[in-house]
Ligand binder design. Structure first.
Ligand code: DX5
Ligand code: ZN
Length: 215
């Protein structure tokens, strides 16, 4: 069970220190938004390059952008340890996933709440992780969508059938109140933004989430 705090809820003026607050996490989740694929705008490759130089944990880059076929490989090339593209925006996901892996990154596919998993099940051998969004992408601090749990189960069952080592990530509204249902449904990587950065002691919040997921 792995915890990936989202720096979307961190202080953007002090990101190096904000990463140090979560040094007991498994990953740092970096939400890249382009104001086209989602209505919000965050940060891009130059900031990720700088974060890679100072982060005590590997970076889990979640690209909520148009045309990931064009833009995502540069994140892997820069050294991001995991790169997630949205399947709704990808033109040639097989080629893209192979390119990410060729640069040494884990390749992941994300699904918005309205996007079904079944049409993309055959992509599993090309992937290291599937991200099931449990909010509409774009903003932190939204309410968890429990109606996405059947999709988490579906992905987990498909991974089991495939016999592969694909991780199942949930992102959006994950907290001490919702993480157990996510783990029960089959998730093993948990993104949490406000639940970690909103806590006085971020490291303690991470330990608490991990303990709940492990239980
Ligand atoms: C939403 C982002 C999430 C966000 C989660 O589009 O992908 O990673 O930071 O924030 P919380 O955990 O506050 O829902
Ligand atoms: Zn995210």
């Amino acid at each position: 069970m792995q915890i990936s705090p989202s720096i979307l809820s961190a202080d953007f003026a002090d990101l190096a220190a904000e990463l140090d607050r979560i040094s007991n996490a498994d990953w740092a989740h970096v939400d890249v938004m382009d104001a086209h694929f989602v209505p919000n705008l965050t940060l891009g490759l130059p900031v990720v390059e700088s974060l890679l130089r100072v982060s005590p944990v590997p970076l889990d880059c979640h690209l909520m952008i148009d045309d990931p076929d064009r833009w995502a490989p540069a994140y892997a090339e820069a050294g991001a340890q995991s790169v997630t593209f949205h399947i709704e925006a990808a033109r040639d996901p097989v080629r893209l996933a192979r390119e990410l892996r060729a640069h040494g990154a884990r390749a992941a596919m994300a699904l918005k709440p309205a996007t079904p998993f079944a049409p993309y099940e055959q992509l599993l051998p090309e992937l290291d992780m599937v991200l099931v969004m449990t909010v509409e992408p774009g903003f932190g601090g939204q309410a968890f969508m429990a109606d996405q749990l059947p999709k988490v189960q579906q992905v987990r069952e498909a991974v089991r059938r495939s016999g592969g080592e694909v991780w199942v990530q949930v992102d959006g509204g994950v907290s001490a109140r919702t993480i157990e249902q996510c783990a029960e449904a089959g998730a093993d990587v948990f993104v949490a933004g406000s639940a970690v950065y909103g806590a006085d002691d971020a490291a303690a919040a991470i330990d608490e989430l991990r303990a709940l997921a492990d239980a």
